[in-house]
Design a protein around this ligand. Structure first.
Ligand code: ADP
Ligand code: MG
Length: 144
């Protein structure tokens, strides 16, 4: 394993239901370090660009509407094998299929309002982090 960075979003349903602290606790207790974070209410353009890879999926418009429906908390997490570790903490996209004890199994409202986002590979992690943060806004091991 190597030291990785991944992008996390606590989606509008998570922020609305006061779950920021509980979700950050899960990251921290699993050894993931929050090295950048901010709250934002995404514009349509920001959400569409972020989810551009899904622009041809039937749920795209609903997804963008949902992601712009309220504030989110966007973070960069750092740790050994952070991308997969974060995905394991999140659980499957559909909360009905998510393993017990995962964030989505415990908190998600639906396959759309599934409480958290996490990058799925090194390339998407790099793109997603750069979509929301400048290099000078991160405070990880690689930057002292
Ligand atoms: P993940 O977030 O687990 O990486 P995807 O990248 O496949 O999942 O999808 C991105 C987001 O789009 C999901 O987290 C969810 O909010 C939404 N989504 C995915 N599949 C569906 C679906 N079948 N119906 C509605 N929304 C969906
Ligand atoms: Mg995805």
């Amino acid at each position: 394993m190597s030291l990785e960075r991944t992008l996390s979003i606590i989606k509008p349903d998570g922020v609305r239901r006061n779950l920021i602290g509980k979700i950050f606790t899960r990251f921290e207790e699993s050894g993931l370090k929050v090295i950048a974070t901010r709250m934002a209410h995404l514009s349509r353009a920001e959400a569409e660009g972020f989810y551009a890879v899904h622009s041809h999926r039937p749920f795209f418009n609903d997804l963008v509407s949902y992601m712009t429906s309220g504030p989110v908390v966007i973070s960069i997490l750092e740790g050994e094998g952070a991308i997969l570790r974060h995905r394991e903490l999140m659980g499957a996209t559909d909360p009905k299929k998510a393993a017990p004890g995962t964030i989505r199994a415990d908190f998600a409202e639906s396959i759309e309002a599934n409480t958290v986002h996490g990058s799925d590979a090194p390339e998407t992690a790099a793109f997603e982090a750069s979509w929301f943060f400048r290099g000078t806004e991160t405070f990880g091991a690689k930057q002292g």
